[in-house]
Write a protein that binds this ligand. Structure first.
Ligand code: DGY
Length: 322
């Protein structure tokens, strides 16, 4: 009998075809994620689930699926939507998609640095609204980036890819936090490991690349924002929950920091009445870090490989281990 799979959203077609050839496939067809009750209904009796970062995978889902559930394959490198410990206790393997989205996400972080420092959002709005009247010697002045100090919070693959772009392209000095020294960063980029407090005090640009988990929830809050330079900008392409958004709103509104560029927020999308939307120097993108044709296809390939390996009792090519 064919194994039963629930795929929580449409992913690139080729990957779905690969799956359809081997398993009984149920693909959630809508643009929006399944509601909790729909999710619980669809996972019933499944051997595997291909989940997205917007789908919470926890004891209730595993229970509802049943004891035959073998694998949850996340279509993302981040896996904060999955209770991995609970999955492991039940013998369910968890997969993710590391590596393939490094460059695309670093591009978006670099883009946000430029967009925030050079005020792209405000500039685009002025042109669209016919408010731009003439070349203005004092209009829309931004920050010079060459030679700035870039602070990478969480020097992993994406942090390193961003640091390379900024060091080689804009002569930036790189400082970083990490659990251990990163010899590549030190040799190639003359980067220095510092603690978070030093990084926040020194950096002109603070870019977040840390894992999101209970210990990093609201890592950036009114206290840590208070350590940053008033001329600094904050970039987040990791997870929205790393930042206390109310504290960020107040910091931006009162000029405690210069600007922020966010590809991720909490929740996503921001509610229509979120005051952050009103802040001109807060550039907000709709979580497009990995959104290139090539990257999304590569993520789909890995997610399917993980899923099929899990179904056949083989080690997952990219397994999340705690
Ligand atoms: C991930 O894979 O965790 C990214 O946030 C998706 O863009």
């Amino acid at each position: 009998m064919k194994k039963k799979i629930f795929v929580c959203r449409r992913i690139p077609e080729l990957a779905l075809k690969r799956l359809a050839a081997e398993v009984e496939l149920d693909v959630w067809p809508d643009e929006l994620p399944p509601s909790r009750s729909e999710l619980l209904k669809h996972v019933k009796g499944c051997d595997g689930i291909l989940s997205l970062l917007s789908d919470r995978m926890d004891a209730e889902v595993f229970e509802q699926a049943g004891s035959q559930l073998r694998v949850v394959s996340n279509y993302a490198v981040g896996f904060n939507n999955i209770d991995v410990r609970e999955a492991h206790q039940r013998g369910i393997k968890v997969g993710n998609t590391p590596g393939v989205l490094t460059e695309a996400t670093a591009d978006i972080a670099a883009g946000l640095i430029l967009a925030t420092a050079r005020r792209f959002s405000e500039s685009l709005e002025q042109v669209k609204r016919l408010e731009w009247k003439t070349w203005d010697p004092l209009g829309l002045l931004g920050l010079e980036l060459r030679g700035a100090t870039l602070g990478i919070v969480g020097m992993g693959r994406i942090g390193m890819a961003l640091a390379k772009r900024m060091h080689y392209g804009w002569d930036m000095n790189v400082i970083y936090t990490a659990r251990s020294d990163k010899p590549d960063a030190e040799t190639l980029l003359s980067a220095k490991r510092v603690n978070l407090e030093t990084l926040l005090r020194r950096a002109d640009i603070v870019s977040l690349h840390a894992d999101y988990n209970p210990s990093t929830h609201h890592l950036i809050n009114s206290t840590t924002l208070g350590l940053m330079k008033s001329s600094a900008i904050l970039i987040n392409t990791a997870r929205g929950g790393l930042i206390d958004q109310s504290a960020l709103y107040h910091a931006l509104k009162h000029g405690k920091i210069w600007g922020a560029g966010l590809d991720v927020t909490d929740p996503e999308p921001l509610p229509s009445d979120s005051p952050l939307r009103e802040i001109a120097r807060c550039v907000i993108l709709p979580h497009i870090g990995s959104a290139t044709v090539e990257t999304r296809q590569a993520m789909a390939d890995i997610a399917v490989n993980n899923l099929l390996a899990g179904l056949h009792g083989r080690p997952l090519p990219h397994e999340v281990r705690l």
